[in-house]
Design a protein around this ligand. Structure first.
Ligand code: ZN
Ligand code: ZN
Length: 242
């Protein structure tokens, strides 16, 4: 399975990192996780968006869903016939509301939308496990095929770190450096503390606000004070095999 970080930024633009999106690719299966602003453009840089017909949302904040209808429209114009979207409770009603505003997009593709719950389910041919995170709205973290986990947006806490235990890679929200007083997202020190004792191949830091620019070394040091595993900053278009 290949994991490509399409967007590693946040709600505040950096000029280099677009908003959240991660592409998973296995044999004959592709799944886009989140679809924030800029993700459709990144997707076109690394894959054929006509081949990406499934989107799984962690939550409904704008920096995770902005490009969803843009993807739907691009697929319609390209002649792709379907789009399947899944996400936490409320996903069906959110998409119905979006389509009631942009009503010219209704019925352009065969659209299926599904609300999922925590626990195990299958989507786009991937075995998925979901757990609820700690964020300012309901948000799910996902574990895919027991190989890759994504925190979604969340504070760091031990149960979420343990959720990724044994995975080859974990992508974790690390929105701000330690100097920023924040809730609903972790600081590096909090993330390091949560990761302590967990066995993950590589932790990739993502959801990076502009505040993190110039602070990468200090952030890695803060995590390393509590966690001795491999930690790297994700970059847009970085692909890893898991
Ligand atoms: Zn959020
Ligand atoms: Zn976010």
């Amino acid at each position: 399975m290949r994991v490509t970080f399409l967007g590693t930024g946040s709600a505040m633009p950096t000029g280099e990192r677009v908003q959240t999106g991660i592409l998973l690719e296995g044999a004959d299966r592709r799944l886009l996780v989140d679809c924030g602003s800029g993700v459709l453009h990144r997707l076109a840089q690394v894959a054929d968006y006509e081949d990406v017909g499934h989107v799984l949302l962690t939550h409904h904040h704008l920096d995770h869903v902005s490009d969803l209808l843009a993807l739907l429209k691009a697929r319609w114009l390209a002649g792709a016939e379907s789009l399947s979207v899944a996400g936490p409770p409320g996903t069906e009603s959110m998409i119905a509301d979006l389509l009631s505003v942009h009503d010219y997009l209704q019925d352009r593709v065969d659209l299926s939308v599904r609300d999922v719950e925590t626990g195990s389910f299958s989507f786009a041919g991937f075995d998925v496990e979901a757990m609820e995170t700690r964020h300012s709205m309901q948000c799910f973290a996902y574990r895919f095929e027991d190989r890759f986990s994504f925190s979604g947006d969340s504070e760091a806490f031990p149960e979420l770190a343990s959720f990724a235990d044994g995975c080859t890679a974990l992508a974790h929200d690390c929105s701000f450096p330690d100097e920023v007083d924040v809730s609903n997202h972790p600081t590096p020190t909090q993330l390091g503390e949560a990761l302590s004792g967990v066995d993950v191949g590589t932790v990739y830091l993502t959801h990076l606000y502009p505040h993190t620019d110039g602070n990468h070394e200090a952030m890695l040091d803060s995590i390393a004070d509590h966690y001795d595993g491999d930690v790297e900053f994700a970059e847009d278009r970085l692909t890893v095999s898991v």
